[in-house]
Write a new protein. Sequence first.
Length: 127
Amino acid sequence: MPSISFSEADAKGIVFPHDDPLVIILTVNGADIKRALVDGGSSANILFARAFDAMRIGRKYLMPVSYKVIGFNGSTVKPEGSIALQVRVGEGPAVKDVMAEFIVIDVPSAYNTIIGRPLIHDIQAVV
């Protein structure tokens, strides 16, 4: 089974104990997406509108959704829509290619996407 592991060198500069988020780079629809937050507490994969628009797919391809999303602070947000996109995680023999549904939300964020339980499960990751 492919794995991601961290060495002592990776921990240089980190003050322990820490609660830093796990942030990765992944490829979505052929575009490298930096600042992808891995959040096992999220029941959905979120793609923020700024990142979606940068991919130049076009909002006309979004499927309408009838629900709202509850944000970090408890507020609700109406998504722009949802879309299934090709996702590639890893490289070499450890690469995983899957189709994943993303909910596109137009709110400011330090991240470009949030990888939730659906994608974590699809790539068979253990976080």
